[in-house]
Ligand binder design. Structure first.
Ligand code: GLU
Length: 483
């Protein structure tokens, strides 16, 4: 085993980069860098039907956004390239042939039709589908004549009939599989492209990967990989299988039940440091039990012993609450900088900067800023007149209240003070026999168009006297017309 520490992630370039990729990148990078090693990105693109060329760049961009850039990878440099599997075909072909020569793999000439018929027979007998190893026992002459006829073939692994294959998982301990339970899987397809099992072992070997840290769904593939290392005569890496991220019903995290695209989180205004904190908590814990921590802490403290084995549920509510904490921890200036890309073109930036402190306490995503503050920027927002009706009151009561509020606002000394406004409001409420809360609500709706808003007085200050009065007038008109 090389004493270098080298870890990798090996995502397939299919569609939007996935939160599961970010999760694995986080732990692989922290593990590697904790031990002064390297973190490698390899693209597993041998499944051509699912290939999406722009997604390699998207993977790198997403990792960059999260602060998890690899040390080596496509377009990133490194001495172990190429880092894209389709550019390494010759190596897989050569390796597969080597296994055939050593008697650990064989050519399978079975046609699609034969395999399909076999599958149907097995289904009829209620047996699980498996290859019957027909070509494992072809004579040398049969093989030679098939080759002479240029019959297409795949290369299959010759799994031993007996015994067990075991490996020690750094997280889960010893794991064993009965060889007789394993099939003779295809290693190389008839088009010369490798399947995952062959490519992953060949690449991990030639890229000198020391620790394979990947999701638990690959545990059942690992015995085949261990066999391949043995048959090639190569040292095995260490294996560690991280718990899978799960939907709330505990199934593997999926698009149908969760937003799985990293991009979605970015667009919504989750901060990368909150994502990292959240993803880290899903699979690991800080030695001191702290809940809020950054990537540097994970890297400094990372030990595989602290990885959890129970399947963590990807809980958006929790992520959102962590994100809110990170937002509140930023200074107003920092937060404004981070917010800028989320503001629509043409929005009054100066006003946005003024609004920000008023809203900061309740902002859980940067993208929410625009949703929550539309009333600061647009014309008087549309809302149904009914929204103005106080509890146990009528629209007429709302109109009367608004008349008095209007008079109050017009008469306040300039500049307004919170105290004078508030005592005036309370006096009106007393006078009309309304609850103070109900009166504030009427004004809130008039000013913001909604019953939920940032603090009312501060919002009015930002909007300014003229704008507030015009909105109160509008509400008054609405209440009178509808009432
Ligand atoms: N291509 C596999 C994936 O998409 C890699 C699995 C592994 O890390 O071995 O997750």
């Amino acid at each position: 085993m090389a004493d270098k520490v080298r870890l990798r992630i090996a995502p397939s370039p299919t569609g939007d980069p996935h939160v599961g990729t970010a999760y694995m990148a986080l732990f692989n990078r922290a593990f590697a860098h904790h031990r002064d090693g390297k973190f490698v990105l390899r693209i597993e693109d041998t499944d051509q039907t699912r290939y999406n060329p722009s997604s390699v760049q998207e993977i790198i961009d997403s990792l960059g956004w999260l602060g998890l850039l690899p040390d080596e990878g496509p377009g990133l440099g490194g001495d172990y390239g190429p880092y894209v599997q389709t550019e390494r075909r010759d190596l897989y072909l050569k390796s597969a042939q080597e296994l055939v020569e050593r008697g650990h793999a064989y050519r399978c000439f079975c046609t699609r039709e034969r395999l399909e018929a076999l599958r149907q027979e097995q289904a009829a007998r209620k047996e699980p589908p498996r290859y019957d190893r027909h070509c494992r026992f072809l004579s040398t002459e049969e093989i030679a004549s098939n080759l002479a006829e240029s019959k297409p073939y795949t290369i299959r692994l010759k799994v031993p009939d007996e015994g067990q294959t075991s490996f020690r998982d750094l997280i889960r301990g010893e794991i064993s599989f009965e060889n007789k339970e394993l099939q003779d899987p295809i290693l190389l397809k008839s088009d010369g492209l490798p399947v995952y099992h062959l490519a992953v072992v060949v690449d991990d070997h030639y890229m000198e990967i020391s620790h394979v840290v990947r999701a638990e769904e690959w545990i059942s593939s690992t015995p085949l990989h261990v066999m391949l290392y043995n048959f090639f005569g190569w040292d095995e890496p260490f294996f560690a299988h991280m718990p899978l991220l799960r939907n709330s019903d505990r199934s593997k995290i999926s698009k149908r039940k969760n937003n799985t695209a990293i991009k979605w989180y970015r667009d919504q205004g989750y901060l990368p440091e909150a994502m990292i904190n959240f993803l880290a908590l899903m699979g690991w814990s800080m030695p001191d039990g702290s809940e809020i921590f950054g990537y540097a802490d994970v890297e400094r403290e990372f030990t595989i012993e602290r990885v959890t084995t129970s399947g963590p549920v990807f809980d958006l509510v929790k992520l959102t609450s962590i994100n809110g904490k990170y937002i509140r921890a930023l200074s107003d200036d920092e937060l404004f900088e981070r917010l800028l890309p989320y503001l629509p073109e043409g929005m009054d930036k100066e006003r946005a900067r003024k609004v920000l402190p008023v809203l900061k306490d309740r902002l859980t995503r940067l993208g929410e800023f625009v949703e929550l503050t539309g009333f600061f920027f647009g014309p008087v927002p549309e809302y149904p007149a009914d929204l103005l009706i106080p509890k146990k009151g009528t629209l007429k009561d709302a109109a009367t209240a608004l008349e008095q509020v209007k008079a109050l606002l017009e008469g306040l000394t300039q500049p307004w003070t919170h105290e004078e406004w508030e005592s005036g409001m309370r006096a009106i409420a007393d006078n009309l026999g309304l609850k103070a809360g109900d009166l504030f609500m009427i004004l809130r709706v008039a000013v913001t168009g909604s019953k939920v808003s940032p603090p009312l007085y501060e919002s009015m200050e930002i909007l300014g006297r003229e704008e507030v009065l015009s909105r109160v007038d509008h509400a008054l008109e609405l209440a009178r017309k509808a009432g």
